[in-house]
Design a protein around this ligand. Structure first.
Ligand code: UDP
Ligand code: MG
Length: 139
């Protein structure tokens, strides 16, 4: 069953550059309602757990270091076809390959420091949202 929610983070590079507002504007402009949101910072241990699925990949160590290097904004978003449409909205992992008008084309600096996270499945959207938000924090 498709759900209508996805999970996103504004990553440390984009927070550092004051892109939170610009990114949220694009997210709202695409029809997403913000269900839950928090500004926080991950420890290396927490970032390692969040990205555990990538633990065998060569970039895992750098990814954990980067994602714990500064504050992030985590949010649960709601809209029809939320997961797939959000992947289209953010664009390819590497901003050099991201389509014009996508969030990564506009705000990302590199394949690693790519401004935003977007869940890749309904199942992971639920797991990732639950990682950051308790039941009362995600009405
Ligand atoms: N990443 C990286 N180098 C790579 C691939 C990915 O540093 O070659 C980082 C990047 O920040 C990316 C994250 O690891 O967003 C997770 O990778 P994934 O393949 O899941 O990309 P995404 O789903 O974020 O587009
Ligand atoms: Mg991914």
């Amino acid at each position: 069953m498709a759900t209508n929610r996805t999970f996103t983070m504004v990553k440390p590079d984009a927070v550092e550059k004051n892109y939170i507002g610009g990114i949220l504007e694009k997210i709202n402009g695409a029809g997403y309602r913000i269900v839950a949101m928090k500004y926080t910072r991950l420890s290396a241990e927490q970032a390692g757990k969040f990205y555990e699925v990538h633990s065998e990949r060569p970039f895992y160590g750098e990814l954990v270091e980067y994602m714990s290097s500064g504050p992030i904004v985590a949010a649960i978003l709601e809209k029809d076809n939320a997961v797939a449409d959000f992947r289209t909205l953010i664009g390819a992992t590497d901003p050099a390959e991201a389509a014009e008008g996508t969030i990564r084309a506009a705000f990302a600096e590199s394949k690693a420091k790519n401004a935003v996270h977007g869940s890749d499945s309904d199942e992971n959207a639920a797991i990732e949202g639950n990682f950051f938000f308790s039941q009362v924090e995600r009405p």
